[in-house]
Design a binder for this molecule. Structure first.
Ligand code: ZN
Ligand code: ZN
Length: 242
């Protein structure tokens, strides 16, 4: 325990119990996502994208740990706006546990882990990129290579939620670029780490950029902490991933 923990003791952002930013009791209330295809959201072995759901640039698989619901939405608001740095350690611990307890960890062999890029103006506004920390910790936990410079994001800091659907699609396809030439020949796949996935269009835009640059043969996957229930199961509104 360091001095800061004594002066400002940590407490669970959900139940306020002293100890950690997220206690194990509240974490037990998280609902695990079943392995599904990220495109059609029906069950799929190993979180793989169904053949019939793929197009040329689709992700090969997307692992999602927990369902996004009212409990986790409250937690994520705190995580994204203020506590990201503090909470990253405990969230990463639970995220790692959920990856280990599924068979998905086997897919991580010889993968290059990357984080979700954010634009420099957004970085300035927020102070840091929360998925950078998450991706880096995951790479350390599973002993994998990590890069934060494969893909970059240009553009302003406007919130995606303010744009209409068509505009958003346009922005996400055009705003990613290959930041640095990396020798990816030694990797079997690239794994993008993100906190929340909604439609998957941002992940698709990144996968497309990588494939257009490095060729179609590289396998591209993603690991995300949360995703809302499919719209045909529930009317819960989805959050905009930013
Ligand atoms: Zn708690
Ligand atoms: Zn499918």
């Amino acid at each position: 325990m360091n001095l800061l923990d004594i002066v400002f003791p940590k407490s669970c952002v959900i139940c306020k119990r002293k100890g950690e930013y997220l206690c194990r009791r509240c974490h037990k209330l998280f609902k695990r996502e079943l392995p599904e295809c990220y495109v059609c959201r029906r069950l799929s072995n190993g979180y793989r994208t169904h053949e019939e759901c793929r197009d040329r640039y689709s992700m090969d698989s997307v692992f999602v740990a927990w369902e996004y619901n009212s409990l986790t939405s409250d937690l994520l608001k705190k995580y994204k706006y203020g506590y990201a740095y503090d909470m990253s350690e405990v969230l990463c611990k639970f995220f790692t546990e959920s990856i280990r307890s599924s068979s998905y960890w086997k897919m991580l062999k010889d993968t290059l882990v990357i984080n979700m890029p954010i634009s420099s103006s957004r970085l300035k506004e927020r102070g840091f990129n929360q998925t950078y920390d998450l991706a880096k910790r995951i790479s350390i936990e599973f002993n994998l290579d990590f890069s934060d410079s494969l893909v970059g994001k240009s553009g302003g800091s406007e919130h995606q939620a303010l744009k209409d659907k068509e505009e958003r699609r346009e922005i996400s396809t055009n705003s990613f670029y290959i930041r640095k030439e990396i020798d990816i020949s030694k990797y079997r796949s690239i794994t993008i780490v993100d906190d929340v996935i909604t439609t998957g269009s941002t992940l698709n835009a990144i996968a497309k950029k990588i494939r257009l640059h490095y060729g179609d043969s590289i396998s591209i996957n993603a690991m995300c902490m949360f995703r809302g229930k499919p719209v045909y199961y529930s009317s819960d509104s989805e959050v905009s991933s930013c």
